[in-house]
Structure formats: C-alpha cells, structure tokens
Unconditional design. Structure first.
Length: 539
C-alpha cells in the first residue's frame, strides 16, 4: 500500500448524471449501513412494541424530511409514498404475524418487506418497478430505528461514494458543496433527478473498489470523473475551473425561463430528451418547447414480458400530460447496439452497432412493432404527439413503417377505438440517410448525432480512447448541413437530438449549419439557451 505522502492519483471514470464540480474528502456510504443487526427474539409483545416504535420513529423521520423538502414536489411525492406505505397495515401485517409466531422483530420486518420489494421489482408497470427502491429504503430506515441507531448525519461537503443511494438518504444530506459518486444508479434515477434539481454534481457507474474514506477527491459532474488524491497542480486547476463554471452556470440560469432567441432576434426551439415520464417530474414544461425525443427503450428494459398496448398507452398519455400541451416526439423502439433487450434483440451479434437494431429489428418483429404503433396512434388523440423511427438507412424502411402505421390506424378505426395518425418522422443517424435525405418519405427529420458521428467516423461511441475521432468533424457537419438545407427547402422540420445539441461549445456551429431546433438533455437547457442568445448569423 502507498504511504501517506506518496499516494498515487486515482482516476475513476463514470457517466455524468448531474452537472457541476465538487471537491472534498471521500465519504463511503456502504449499502445496508446500519440495517444489518440481528437481534434475539424477546417475548412477542415486546418485539411487536419495538417494531411499532421503530415504525413511528421512521414516520417521524419522513415527516421531518418532508418539512425540509419545502416546495420540491418531486421529493415530497417520494416521501409521501413511503409514509403512505408505512401507514398501510397490509404491509406490516405479515411481520406482526411472524412475531406472534416467535420471530424477532428485525427478521420479521425484513422478510415482510423483502417480499414486497420483490413484488414491486417484478411489476409490469414501470412506475411500480421504480418504486421498489423506495420500498427497500423504507425497510432499511425502520431496521436502523429498530437497531436503536440514530439517523447518521451525512456531511454535505464531502464526496459521497456508494453503490446506490436511496432518495430519502439523499434528501437527508444538508448539501454544502459536496457531490455524489455511485457505482450503480442511472442518469434517470430519482436520485439523479433530485441531484440535478438541487445542483449537486453526480456521477454514476463509478467503480468504488479500494477507495478509502477521508481521501481528498475531485468530482467532475460534467466529464463524469472522480479523481482521488489529486496532485496540487490538478487541484488548483480544478478549483479555477470550478469558480469559472459556477459563475457561468449562474449566468446561464438567467436564460432558463425565457424562450431561446439569437442575438439577431431569431427564435430557436429548445426541447428536451427524456427516457421516461419520471424525468419530466422535476421540470417546468414552460422552460422548454416540448419533448424532442422520448427514448422508449425504458419500457422494454429489464422485465419479464414486453409491454402491452394499454401499458404503453398509459405512459405516452402521461408524458403528453406532463408536457402540458407542448409537442412530444416519441421514438419507436431502438433496441440493439448498446441497448440489448432480452428476448428481443439477437444475442451474439459480432458487431451489434452494425447489426439488427432500431427499425431493422422492429420490421422483423411486426407483432411487437404493431403494438407500439397502435398505442402511439391511440395516444395521439390526447395531444400533439409525433412518432419517429430510429436507424433508418434506406427509403423502403420508412415506406414500410408508414404502411404499418396506416394499417394500425385503420384497424383501430374499424374497431371503433379512438385514434389519430401522428406525423411520422425519421432519425437521421446513418450517413446513407443524410446523404440521400431527399429520397426518404418522412414528415420531419431529427438528426441523431451520437450515431451519425460514430458511423461517419467509424469510431465507436463507447470507446473513450477514440474520443478525438468521435466528434463533429467537418465531414459530420457537412452531413448535418445537408439535412438542414433539405428541411428548409421542403418546409419540413429538422431538429438535432444527439448529445451534441446540449454541448454549449457546439451550439454556434449547429446554428450556422442551419438548424433552428435542438433537443437536449434536461440539464443543458439553460446553457443551450444562453449559447443561442450569444450567436448571430451576421459575420
Ligand atoms: C443519437 O444517436 O444521437 C440519438 C439521439 O440516439 P441514441 O443516443 O439513443 O442512439
Ligand atoms: Mg441513435
């Protein structure tokens, strides 16, 4: 092991989940902290009374957290869900029954809640599946109380490192300049939503093995890195960047609530990309021009059955509702490549990015594709919904999609089910589509720069070592401009919904290429609007 004065710098890479830079000592929060004690069973009356007291103490904790959450509706919703569960006798009944039969309170409560967590985790409905983590969090809170542990104060100025962190523990931290690095967790989890809303830098997918408590660390929520034991020069450079970034973000925030307008007064539309309705919960729809990309893979991910028409319909309607009358573009399933769906995508493809993904897969599985098209056509009666097809490479694919959508609408009409024919557009993310864009029968186009770059540059989007190739080179920009010109000439909307649209340093180039609609990750809206405001078409 290295000595104190010669500790090597450690750099761990993950994925950015909430922007910003943080520095501070590492603080490890290991899963199940405080929830592992095992007690011997006392008399059943005593065990039952202790469990009741622990549940009451947990309820009081949740009430305190709710009061501290102020007007944060998202946080309040999560805490209210946990409180309602705690008050639901059906939840604790099996625990009290086990206690009456001689089980110790902690084992009884854990077993009862574990069964519920498993039920939620296996639910058909994505909403209930997402609640499994909240239920597990509630279980651990009651068990900590049962073990007589006071809620441990988590320092808000540290870099917290954990495998995962339940939302209520995030909310219990008095954040003061610290950040969060998680091994698991996703950029769309509740914690990530809370972190973005509260300006807490966060990175997910960080390997925390071997990281020791108390070591100085730098967390970069923009690059997605955690640096432990930085050398003095790196720490000073980071501090300077942080000061600059804090100032810049404060300036950019002033653009958030305003429409995006260039320095010449031209209106630019800024929409957001989401991967499920939860992401809209913490967002004021008035700050955006709508949802430019709904990635529907979340509906198909990690489940036993493919989602049926009713389940999909409910989700699409919910998104339309949350968007408050603004347009919503839903992308049909883009499984394959880096997004395998068990039971649907082909295992063992030698090159999945060039394999049966996106529309190629949907057209090979019309029984799955038609369910999605029917749900979308039905949802289209509830608001301004548009449908977009991923990975289109030849015009025939669009023709076949149009025919399937028209047939779905006709079938619904014949059965007397209310439905509408939404506009059908395509993603332009394969160079062949950008080069021959005029040949494709699409109502609108949305450029997927993530894939367009990787296919144009022959540089995998998930290979960090090729980052110098996988960028918007002149060749990529020429393809983008080509699509924008075609859209302007034919009066069809062209947007760009890849990550490039949300990178402030590229906004000027995209506007110069002729784009006037950008769809970005929700955290980038203010920065993109600020960049738009600074751009002029005049040389
Ligand atoms: C893209 O390729 O730019 C895009 C938006 O799609 P995804 O990142 O989901 O492949
Ligand atoms: Mg793509």
């Amino acid at each position: 092991m290295a000595t104190d004065d010669a500790r090597p710098v450690t750099v761990r890479r993950g994925r950015p989940a909430a922007p910003g830079l943080a520095s501070g000592p590492l603080r490890r929060l290991d899963e199940g902290d405080g929830a592992t004690s095992a007690r011997d069973a006392g008399p059943p009356e005593r065990e039952a009374a202790d469990l009741r007291d622990a549940m009451a103490a947990a309820a009081a904790d949740l009430a305190d957290l709710t009061a501290a959450a102020g007007d944060d509706a998202d946080a309040e919703g999560m805490l209210a869900f946990q409180l309602a569960l705690l008050e639901d006798e059906a939840l604790s009944e099996p625990a009290f029954a086990a206690i009456a039969a001689g089980a110790p309170a902690d084992a009884a409560f854990r077993a009862a809640l574990d069964a519920q967590v498993a039920d939620y985790a296996a639910a058909e409905d994505a909403y209930f599946r997402a609640r499994a983590a909240d239920l597990a969090d509630l279980r651990d809170r009651v068990l900590r109380r049962l073990a007589g542990e006071a809620e441990e104060a988590i320092p808000g100025d540290a870099i917290l490192v954990a495998r995962d962190l339940p939302p209520s523990r995030f909310l219990a931290v008095a954040w003061a300049g610290g950040g969060l690095a998680l091994g698991r967790g996703s950029t769309t989890s509740h914690v990530a939503i809370l972190a973005r809303a509260r300006g807490v830098p966060m990175v997910v997918g960080v390997d925390a093995d071997g990281l020791e408590d108390g070591r100085p660390a730098l967390l970069d929520g923009e690059a997605g890195t955690l640096v432990v034991e930085p050398d003095p020069a790196a720490a000073a450079a980071f501090a300077a960047r942080r000061a600059e970034s804090d100032g810049r973000r404060a300036r950019e925030e002033t653009f958030l609530a305003r429409p995006a307008v260039t320095a010449d007064g031209e209106r630019v539309r800024v929409l957001i990309n989401i991967a499920g309705p939860e992401e809209l919960a913490g967002i004021d729809p008035a700050h955006t021009d709508g949802v430019g990309l709904v990635r529907t893979e979340f509906l198909f991910d990690g489940r036993h059955h493919l989602p049926d028409e009713e389940e999909q319909l409910a989700v699409y309607r919910r998104i339309l509702d949350l968007a408050g009358g603004r347009p919503v573009t839903v992308r049909t399933l883009d499984a394959g490549g880096d997004k395998p769906v068990p039971g649907l995508t082909r295992p063992g493809e030698s090159n999945p990015f060039l394999g049966v993904r996106g529309v190629r897969l949907s057209l090979r599985r019309p029984e799955v594709f038609t369910v999605q098209l029917r749900a979308l056509a039905r949802a289209a009666t509830a608001g301004p919904l548009k449908v977009m097809v991923p990975m289109v490479s030849v015009p025939e694919e669009m023709e076949r999609c149009r025919a399937l959508l028209d047939a779905a609408v006709a079938d619904l009409a014949a059965a007397g089910v209310p439905a509408a024919r939404p506009p059908l557009g395509m993603m332009v993310e394969v160079p062949a589509a950008a080069l021959a864009v005029a040949a494709f029968p699409a109502d609108f186009y949305s450029i997927g720069s993530n894939d367009l770059i990787q296919y144009t540059m022959a540089a995998s989007r998930d290979e960090p070592e090729l980052a110098d190739l996988a960028r918007p080179t002149a060749a990529v920009m020429e393809l983008i401009a080509r699509v924008a010109v075609h859209g302007a000439a034919t009066g069809r909307e062209v947007s760009l919904c890849g990550d490039l649209a949300g990178e402030r340093e590229h906004v000027a180039d995209l506007l110069a290429a002729g784009l006037r609609t950008l769809s970005v990750t929700p955290t980038a809206v203010a920065a993109v609007k600020a960049a738009v405001a600074g751009w002029s078409a005049r040389p």
